[in-house]
Design a protein around this ligand. Structure first.
Ligand SMILES: Cc1cc2nc3c(=O)[nH]c(=O)nc-3n(C[C@H](O)[C@H](O)[C@H](O)COP(=O)(O)OP(=O)(O)OC[C@H]3O[C@@H](n4cnc5c(N)ncnc54)[C@H](O)[C@@H]3O)c2cc1C
Length: 456
């Protein structure tokens, strides 16, 4: 009986698709929306498979937005916002929940050397859920036939014995055979493993702690991105509307354990300390947080009082305002890593977003790189189809790899070097980097060049 049942399951023919996207993260949803928005590609039979619960939470986010900001927030470059507008998704963003900013202050935690970037709309802070929900709304608005299977895991992928197309076995018992499989399936990408593409890199031995916080009520600063480079990793406060801010504090595994265990009010005190107090005092406070957490808030308060008393009003303007509120349970932590796939394309497979590359968040580029991947891949698929090529062949996909790999490679390298240069308090290196920053800060055309590159 059970043998007959097995043979029935095996005999069930897989569904056929032109494109299957694995992953309903920012990259997967953008790709789905862009394909359905493209007059050339929209008639292709496209499916998106996501292991997690996607449609319910995204629809809820749109219909009953939470009163507080959620804790996964990304900094979008002008190019990303412009692409999201081009494909019609930005219209669906809840604009009252995003903040554009035109000023970034970054400084060396050891030497204090500061650099101030400003330019028209350097970046836009947007919650991941806001972005994903806007993309889903756009897909629904386009009304093109696109099947989204959420709560459905891709359990295995095999090549069809006769024609070699990938066949995906899903957790709902169905299977799909596809002309092109696009892995938007994150760092552990099953699509990448199926294609036997090597990915190289390393863990940074750092965790990124995120949280949603608010600056002191009654005081207001022009929306500014603050980032202080500590030897253990940068701490950044990036602006959200109405004096709210999102934290990304990259630090060692040991420090992250201590900070995550603190009560929320004590954690808030530690963030206030991290953006102002000298590195040695901060190291001491981390020890206090580990051994006597009950007194850490008072320790921070009097040290900050001493620090603030010495600042002139002008100097005080060079630091973020004091943080007063933290959203309950908004703390989360993520391991930080660098990875880069050897190629983004194989026969019948393309990789996009974190499936192809992951980077340290200090420059806020990970998701933006994925958006640029989507734009490039969609262009390549359009050209292939217009020329009558089979979109799943490696030959047709190659231009996507040659366009995106070098650009991503450079960015991954720059961010990695920044992490390494700043992860030390060795005197010669501190002098060299501070000298460089001071020169940069005072040579307007070099700064203008960097600001222009940040927007790309
Ligand atoms: C602390 C932190 C701060 C960051 N800040 C920024 C920033 O300011 N700006 C920026 O540009 N980037 C930032 N990033 C990076 C950014 O968050 C990621 O690059 C981005 O979310 C990756 O999107 P993705 O869609 O490629 O992958 P993911 O978001 O990882 O999505 C992959 C999806 O694939 C699904 N999946 C995986 N396997 C399967 C399977 N077998 N079956 C079905 N589904 C599957 C997963 O469930 C998931 O939904 C930050 C990252 C961190 C950690």
């Amino acid at each position: 009986m059970s043998l007959r049942f097995l043979s029935t399951v095996r005999a069930k023919a897989p569904q056929l698709a032109d494109i299957v996207i694995i992953g309903g993260g920012p990259a997967g949803l953008t790709l789905a929306a862009a394909i359905k928005n493209s007059p050339t590609l929209s008639s292709l039979n496209c499916k998106l498979v996501e292991g997690g619960n996607l449609i319910g939470p995204l629809t809820k986010f749109k219909q009953e937005p939470p009163s507080n900001f959620t804790n996964r927030v990304v900094s979008l470059t002008p190019s990303t916002v412009s692409y999201l507008s081009e494909i019609g998704a930005w219209n669906h963003i809840q604009e009252e929940r995003v903040e554009s900013y035109d000023n970034i202050v970054a400084w060396d935690g050891v030497s204090g050397a500061k650099i101030d970037f400003d330019g028209p709309s350097l970046a836009t802070m947007c919650e991941n859920l806001n972005l994903q929900s806007a993309l889903l709304s756009r897909i629904e608005e386009l009304g093109q036939d696109l099947e989204i299977l959420d709560n459905t895991k891709v359990e295995s992928i095999q090549a069809d014995e006769k024609i070699g197309w990938p066949v995906l076995q899903l957790s709902n018992g169905e299977s799909i055979q596809t002309r092109l499989l696009v892995g938007c399936d994150g760092f552990n990408s099953p699509a990448r493993k199926f294609a036997q593409i090597e990915s190289r890199g390393w863990m940074y031995n750092r965790w990124g702690i995120v949280a949603t916080m608010k600056f002191k009520d009654g005081e207001f600063r022009h929306p500014t991105g603050w980032q202080r480079f500590l030897p253990t990793g940068p701490v950044a406060l990036l602006p959200l509307p109405d004096n709210w801010t999102t934290l990304v504090w990259s630090t060692t595994p040991e420090n992250s354990d201590i900070l995550m265990k603190l009560d929320e009010d004590k954690f808030l005190a530690m963030v206030n300390a991290a953006v102002k107090l000298p590195v040695e005092e901060l190291e001491y406070l981390i020890k206090v947080a580990a051994s006597k957490p009950e007194i850490v808030a008072e320790e921070v308060a009097w040290r900050l009082q001493l620090f603030n008393d010495k600042l002139s009003p002008e100097e005080a303007g060079g630091y973020p305002l004091e943080l007063e509120t933290i959203v309950t349970k908004s703390r989360g932590k993520f391991p930080l890593k660098l990875s880069h796939a050897d190629t983004y394309v194989e026969e019948r497979v393309a990789l996009v977003g974190d499936a192809a590359h992951t980077t340290h968040p200090l420059a806020g580029q990970g998701l933006n790189m994925g958006q640029a991947d989507v734009k490039s891949l969609v262009g390549v698929l359009e050209t292939s189809l217009e020329r009558g090529l089979d979109i799943g062949t490696k030959m047709a996909l190659e231009p996507y790899f040659s366009e995106r790999y070098p650009a991503n490679h450079v960015l991954l390298g720059v961010v990695d070097k920044l992490h390494k240069i700043y992860s030390t308090d060795a005197a010669p290196l501190v002098f060299a980097r501070s000298f460089g920053v001071n020169v940069l800060n005072n040579v307007p055309f070099v700064k203008d060049f960097m600001v222009a590159r940040m927007g790309e």
